[in-house]
Design a protein around this ligand. Structure first.
Ligand code: ZN
Length: 242
């Protein structure tokens, strides 16, 4: 029965193949959009940035806590020094041993205060560094987030365009398929499944457009003369004379 196919049906098969090839190309295009890949990278980068920011924020909080502890210690030391110096200068302590012990205590408090001040300076420098890191990470995050948002819009638009092209080809494909005999369609699908998505190919001159092989002139002539269902000797795809 397939031998008796008229050329109109075979040409429809070629039309079907064109739609199927377009559909496959659009699927590939949709799945490999460079913008989509870039968006994935941006989102991965954002996730990493957020983790880094969480660490930097913790470090900044720790640094602020250290600074305020040292500031508190210095204030307390100042108060203590003032109190003891007031006692010294008021002349209320007259016992020489008590006096020298008070002087020694003031000197020790001042040494401790000096050490705390050195520590405070270091803590402030460290806090500055940590806050700068936090600031630049936050700025980078904002920039990446806005780039990702923009790219997300582009990906949605591009995907939408591809989807509508896909819908159009699918609709046309289904309409063409209804006018093709079921057994021919079945054979076409079976070949297509094993031949990279191409089940039917045009015979142009003596060249099979499926495998781009030139058939012997006699073979091409025979195919043209016989008509009906013919297959390429080389790739076994259905050949359609055009
Ligand atoms: Zn071929």
């Amino acid at each position: 029965m397939l031998r008796e196919l008229d050329s109109g049906v075979l040409l429809r098969l070629l039309d079907l193949q064109a739609h199927d090839s377009a559909i496959k190309r659009l699927w590939d295009q949709r799945d490999t959009l460079p913008e989509k890949q870039r968006l994935g990278e941006l989102r991965d980068n954002l996730a990493e940035l957020e983790a880094d920011i969480a660490i930097a924020r913790q470090q900044s909080e720790d640094a602020a806590r250290v600074q305020s502890r040292l500031e508190g210690e210095i204030t307390l030391a100042d108060e203590k020094i003032q109190r003891q110096e007031a006692r010294l200068f008021a002349g209320s302590v007259s016992n020489p041993r008590e006096l020298s012990s008070l002087q020694a205590e003031v000197a020790m408090l001042k040494r401790q205060r000096g050490a705390s001040e050195d520590e405070l300076l270091e803590a402030m420098v460290h806090r500055d560094t940590v806050d700068q890191t936090l600031g630049s990470l936050t700025a980078e995050q904002a920039q990446s987030a806005s780039a990702a948002e923009e790219l997300g819009v582009t990906v949605t638009r591009l995907t939408g365009d591809i989807e509508s092209e896909l819908a159009s080809h699918t609709k046309q494909r289904d309409s063409v398929a209804t006018a093709i005999p079921a057994d021919l369609l079945d054979l076409y699908e079976k070949i297509r499944a094993t031949k990279g998505g191409v089940g039917a190919a045009a015979l142009k001159g003596s060249t099979c457009e499926g495998c781009h092989t030139q058939l012997p002139a006699k073979e091409a002539e025979r195919i043209r003369a016989e008509g009906g269902l013919q297959r390429c000797d080389n790739c076994r795809r259905i050949l359609v004379v055009v």
